[in-house]
Design a protein around this ligand. Structure first.
Ligand code: DAT
Ligand code: MG
Length: 169
């Protein structure tokens, strides 16, 4: 897994145009979000905002994948709880594309702790506890590139032209 992530990360960096309207982010509806039937609502918010869906799959995340995904948090006291939670059921992994999508998605999600998330944000509307905060979103363009290459193969990402593009940009 590490080798695949590393190799696809290198190849992604050589793909031109990961800026502007072609910026991409990795979003996941976590197991609690799937169980609580929030998938449709979350997808709807990104669609309505004007972002383009380029990848989506329902999957059970493996231990290896999650360890790599959350490697920065491995020394945190909540790491094991986080791993069990993320393995507790399927997640919906997605890639969304659009201008400033990384930053905007983080705003749409709210804060890490739902108690600090404003109403109107996803976490501010649908959850109460940091350990069950329903959604993941990349925190920078660099993390987005790493996470997309970790969760998706190149051929799982679709190239398509959105018919309403010129009404959004
Ligand atoms: P975010 O998901 O907002 O990017 P993060 O990357 O700092 O936040 O942490 C990843 C996840 O780990 C977070 O969504 C929920 C869990 N987490 C973070 N801080 C925690 C804490 N203090 N106690 C329990 N779980 C925590
Ligand atoms: Mg994070």
């Amino acid at each position: 897994m590490r080798l695949r992530a590393y190799l696809s990360c290198i190849s992604m960096q050589n793909v031109p145009g990961w800026t502007g309207v072609n910026e991409r982010t990795f979003i996941a509806v976590k197991p609690d979000g799937v169980q609580r039937k929030l998938v449709g609502e979350i997808v709807r918010r990104f669609e309505k905002r004007g972002f383009k869906l380029v990848g989506l799959k329902l999957m059970q995340a493996s231990e290896d994948l999650l360890r790599e995904h959350y490697c920065d948090l491995r020394s945190k006291p909540f790491f094991n709880t986080l791993m069990s939670y993320m393995k507790s059921g399927p997640v919906v992994a997605m890639v969304w594309q659009g201008l400033d999508v990384v930053k905007t998605a983080r705003k749409m999600m709210g804060e890490t702790n739902p108690a600090e998330s404003l109403p109107g944000t996803i976490r501010g509307d649908y959850c109460v506890e940091v350990g069950k905060n329903v959604i993941h979103g990349s925190d920078s363009v660099e993390s987005a590139q790493k996470e997309i290459s970790l969760w998706f193969r190149q051929n799982e990402l679709q190239r398509w032209e959105s018919s309403n593009l010129r009404w959004i940009y």
